[in-house]
Design a protein around this ligand. Structure first.
Ligand code: 5RP
Length: 224
């Protein structure tokens, strides 16, 4: 099974996971990236069974609309049962690193509102310890140098992501070579640096369930 086929399999598994619990007025939170795109394409087959979606990026909103799925402003939504999104890494405690596609801030906001975060990944994203994937940090542009120095002081190698402007008009600094021993503490510590909008650690609100594509089929991982 190729990586693309595994992504399609977990996308379909996510649709199967939520579809029995959808109501006519349900709103679904939708993430960003190639796995989330597979989910959007699979979701289109049942688009008459729910009201619409909240998108975590402009790209996702465009893809949803392209399938005729209505996109709602998060501020008009009180209850969201599900948020479905990919990840760049996940550990045994379902902590995630996200933001490879630069959409981390909106992803974190939509995930915060949802009752259940269903993370969809292929098995290449599974790690024992987070940090091999460079940790994305969204930064207000004028704070770039200051935040870079603060990140270097933590022991990692900050690298400005050339040419990347987020949907919020900010920049991304990727933090390389940092062993993440305490994801919850680091998430809070990074968010306390002035000029940081948010960082790609999803530990305080990690995934509730992970659907992982493997050559043997989709595995379901939950909190122990
Ligand atoms: C985007 C993200 C994505 O979920 C993450 O990068 C995984 O993407 P893909 O499914 O393409 O591997 O956090 O900001």
């Amino acid at each position: 099974m190729t990586q693309d086929e595994m992504k399609q399999a977990v996308a379909q598994a996510a649709v199967d996971h939520i579809q029995g619990r959808l109501e006519d007025d349900s709103i679904i939170g939708v993430g960003t990236g190639s796995t989330a795109n597979c989910f959007i394409d699979a979701l289109a087959a049942i688009k008459d069974r729910f009201a619409g979606a909240v998108a975590s990026s402009e790209a996702t909103a465009e893809r949803l609309r392209g399938h005729g799925i209505e996109v709602f402003d998060l501020n008009s939504v009180n209850v969201m049962d599900f948020y479905i999104d990919g990840a760049d890494e996940f550990d045994p405690y379902l902590n995630l690193v996200k933001g490879g596609g630069g959409a981390l801030t909106r992803e974190k906001i939509v995930a915060a509102v949802a009752r259940e975060f269903v993370c969809i990944v292929d098995q290449s994203k599974q790690v024992d310890l987070l940090g091999a994937f460079p940790l994305p940090v969204e930064v207000i542009p004028m704070a770039r140098s200051y935040v870079g120095r603060q990140l270097a002081a933590l022991g990692g190698q900050p690298q400005y992501r050339e040419g990347c402007v987020t949907d919020n008009g900010n920049i991304i600094i990727d933090l390389h070579d940092l062993e993440i021993l305490d994801p919850k503490a680091l998430e809070a510590q990074l968010n306390n640096i002035v000029g940081v909008v948010t960082n790609g650690l999803f530990a305080r609100r990690g995934a509730d369930i992970i659907l992982m594509g493997t050559p043997e089929g989709v595995k379901t991982l939950r909190h122990a």
